[in-house]
Structures are given as structure tokens and as C-alpha cells.
Design a protein around this ligand. Structure first.
Ligand SMILES: [Ca+2]
Ligand SMILES: [Ca+2]
Ligand SMILES: [Ca+2]
Ligand SMILES: [Ca+2]
Length: 391
């Protein structure tokens, strides 16, 4: 099914099995990253990378050696953004272990100067507390260097007018533009803080940041066990890690307000750390109108597949185009410790959604399902990397 509609390529050792979805002029390209063996440790902080030809932003961290995820398997023209490259240091300073580049997202042209702008997470930034986290908004020049920048954290960008980040929240663990939630003409940004403690230790949280065109926060809505009306529908508990991943499915239910998917990778439905994904149907203020969970116990997922303990379903996600032609956006979800064909070999699911957020059909991609092994074989992941994202 998927192989006939697009091409699947491996990404060279992204941490934590993150899924990238991107498109080029030839094929619909779904890039699935799997954690394969330890490679090396680079003596520098993480760095964001921009491929100028494809307009794809990537990241590179201490456990990544190469950036090859294009249809021909090569990198082309690349601009690095780090403390030493891309003029970033003219605006802010990175410190040891900030994990700048841990997450990255294209923002569209926020400041309307004709050049796409970029958000980069630094989930272990220490503004407001050790590893409270931060996100940078970069206004780019046509050469991919930084022409101006706005940091969003407890100390910058007006975020603290709305919420307080605590130590180890890991704000910026994931970032993604959702679309224009409040219809003010400016794209709004989802930011995960998966180690937030609302409702229990590491229950997790996600924020919707309503941005101004200068990159500062005009308004914000937190979604967690305590905020955003989420708890009217489901209960987040300790160690759910809600907010580890986020996807933007567009307006799934057709009420003209964009919706949001959030992964809770340590959810225990049907097994310890089996994982779960929530579809949040949003109001224009970013609160939940309704919520649909997908897991072993919810959302009809178990009609098609069963998650095992420690699969970590929801560790990564991306919305896809409408693959099956039913006019409803479909969703790819990673489960990087699935054991098909080898311990922690990993898997991804393509979920064909109903407009109410339940699963209409599903296709697993792994060593055992979805023809994946016709193209690649996933190797057993080195157990020493189990804490890949938990720096
Ligand atoms: Ca711009
Ligand atoms: Ca907006
Ligand atoms: Ca909607
Ligand atoms: Ca569809």
C-alpha cells in the first residue's frame, strides 16, 4: 500500500526513531528514522541544519553522523546553525548541554519578508531552571543564515506572561506549526514539554503558542492534566510523557478550527510503556473541544494491531497527506521499540483516520509488515542507546 504510493528511505540514525515526512518534486517521500547502533559522539552541541535546495530543515546531534535523507541519498547545499555557524551567536549564546537542535520545524514566512523562518528547540536550556527548555525562532536570510532571532523561554519572548516553566520540563522537546488556530493570520506553534509534572511526575504537557509576527508570544494555551480542558475527556497520570511528540492533522473534524495530535509515549494501556496518541479537537483559543485517544484500549486501534509492552507507540508522529483518498488526512506514528524481527527493531504505523479521530484502517511498517523488509532490514538496536532522547 504505502510502497506503491511513495518511497520509504532510512534516515541515518536520527535519535529516538523520529519520523520525518517531506515532499519533493518527484515522489512523496516518507523518511522513517530508526535507532540503529551507536555511531559516535561529536564534541559539540547539537546543531540545526537547513538544506537550502530542498528547503528541508534537519538536525544533527551528538549521536548523529550524517545527514542523508534525500531522494538520491545525498546532501546538497547545507547551512549549519550553531554557536559557531550561521550568525546565531549575534543574538543568543548556547551553553553546554542545551541540546539546541533537538527539535526543529519550518514556520512558514512569519515576518512576511519572503523567506521561510525556522523554529529550533533547545530542550535542555536552563532559563528558569535546569533543563526547563527553550525554543528559538529564527528569521532567515536567503542564504540560510540568521538575520534575526527570538528566544522563547522563561526569560525571553513573553512566554512567562502566561505560564511558568519548571526545571526538567523539557520545553521544546518537540515543536511543530499547527496552522492558524485563532484565525488571526499568523501560524501558531505547538511545543511539547513532555517532562512537565502536571497531574503527576512526567505526566507531560504541550503548549500552543499564539505568535506575533516578531516571534514573541501574544498568547498561550497549555494542554495537560490541569490545563486546556483536556481532563474533561481523559486522565493523564505520572510517567505518561504526554507531549513527547506532536503532529498537525489540519482540521480533522471539519469545524474550521485546526486540530492537533499529541503522543504519550509511556502510556500503559494494554502494557507498560505501550504508548498512546491523542487527537485533540481544538477551540480557537487552543483549549480542547473534545479528545480521542488511540491505544490498545481506545480509538479502534486494536481492531488492527496490538501494541506490546515497551513498544513506545507515539514516540514520533507526522501527519501525511490523504493516502487512501477518503479526503481525511492520515497519520504516521512511530513505535521505536517494537520487536518485529529483533529486539527494539522498531516500527511505524500508518493510521487512516475517521473525522472523529478514531482509526478507520491501519498499516504497520516493520520487518514483518507492510513490505518494508523488501527494501530494508532493521537491525537490532543497541540496548546502550535506550536512553537516546533522555540526555
Ligand atoms: Ca521570513
Ligand atoms: Ca494565529
Ligand atoms: Ca477541527
Ligand atoms: Ca485518508
Amino acid at each position: 500500500m504505502v510502497a506503491s504510493q511513495g518511497r520509504i528511505a532510512t534516515y541515518s540514525r536520527t535519535p529516538n526513531g523520529r519520523i520525518f515526512s517531506c515532499h519533493n518534486h518527484v515522489v512523496k517521500l516518507i523518511v522513517v528514522g530508526f535507532t540503529l547502533g551507536f555511531i559516535d559522539i561529536l564534541p559539540e552541541a547539537c546543531a540545526a541544519m537547513i538544506n537550502k535546495e530542498s528547503n528541508i530543515a534537519l538536525f544533527k546531534n551528538r549521536r548523529t553522523t550524517s545527514l542523508q535523507c534525500y531522494s538520491d541519498g545525498t546532501t546538497k547545499d547545507v547551512q549549519k546553525l550553531s554557536y559557531l555557524y550561521g550568525s546565531m551567536s549575534a543574538f543568543y549564546t548556547l551553553e553546554t548541554d542545551d541540546l539546541f537542535g533537538y527539535s526543529i520545524a519550518a514556520l512558514g514566512d512569519l515576518n512576511s519578508d519572503g523567506v521561510t523562518d525556522l523554529a529550533v528547540g533547545a530542550s535542555n536550556d536552563d532559563d528558569g531552571g535546569s533543563s526547563a527548555g527553550a525554543v528559538y525562532v529564527f528569521f532567515l536570510g536567503t542564504d540560510g543564515t540568521v538575520s534575526s532571532a527570538q528566544k522563547l523561554s522563561m526569560l525571553y519572548g513573553n512566554f512567562n506572561s502566561f505560564y511558568t516553566l519548571a526545571a526538567d520540563d523539557r520545553f521544546g522537546l518537540t515543536i511543530l506549526p499547527l496552522g492558524d488556530v485563532d484565525s488571526d493570520g499568523v501560524a501558531d506553534l505547538a511545543v511539547g514539554a513532555g517532562l512537565d509534572d502536571d497531574g503527576g511526575s512526567i505526566a507531560g504537557a504541550a503548549y500552543i503558542l499564539f505568535l506575533k509576527t516578531d516571534g514573541t508570544v501574544m498568547n498561550a494555551q497549555k494542554l495537560s492534566a490541569l490545563y486546556g480542558n483536556f481532563n474533561a475527556f481523559y486522565t493523564l497520570i505520572a510517567n505518561d510523557l504526554f507531549g513527547r511528540s506532536v503532529a498537525a492533522p489540519g482540521d480533522l473534524d471539519g469545524d474550521s478550527v485546526v486540530d492537533m495530535a499529541v503522543g504519550a509515549v509511556y502510556d500503559t494501556d494494554g502494557g507498560s510503556l505501550a504508548g498512546a496518541v491523542y487527537l485533540l479537537f481544538l477551540e480557537t483559543d487552543g483549549t480542547c473541544k473534545s479528545v480521542q485517544k488511540m491505544s490498545n484500549l481506545h480509538g479502534s486501534f486494536n481492531t488492527y494491531y496490538t501494541l506490546a509492552a515497551s513498544d513506545h507507540f507515539g514516540v514520533s508522529m507526522t501527519s501525511l497527506e490523504d493516502l487512501n483518498g477518503d479526503s481525511v488526512i492520515d497519520l504516521a506514528v512511530g513505535a521505536y521499540q517494537d520487536d518485529d524481527g529483533g529486539t527494539d527493531a522498531g516500527a511505524a504505523y500508518i493510521l487512516f483516520l475517521e473525522t472523529n479521530g478514531t482509526v478507520k484502517d491501519a498499516q504497520k511498517l516493520s520487518n514483518l509488515y507492510g513490505l518494508f523488509d523488501s527494501y530494508y532490514t532493521l537491525r537490532v538496536r543497541a540496548t546502550s542507546l535506550d536512553l537516546g532522547w533522555q540526555h
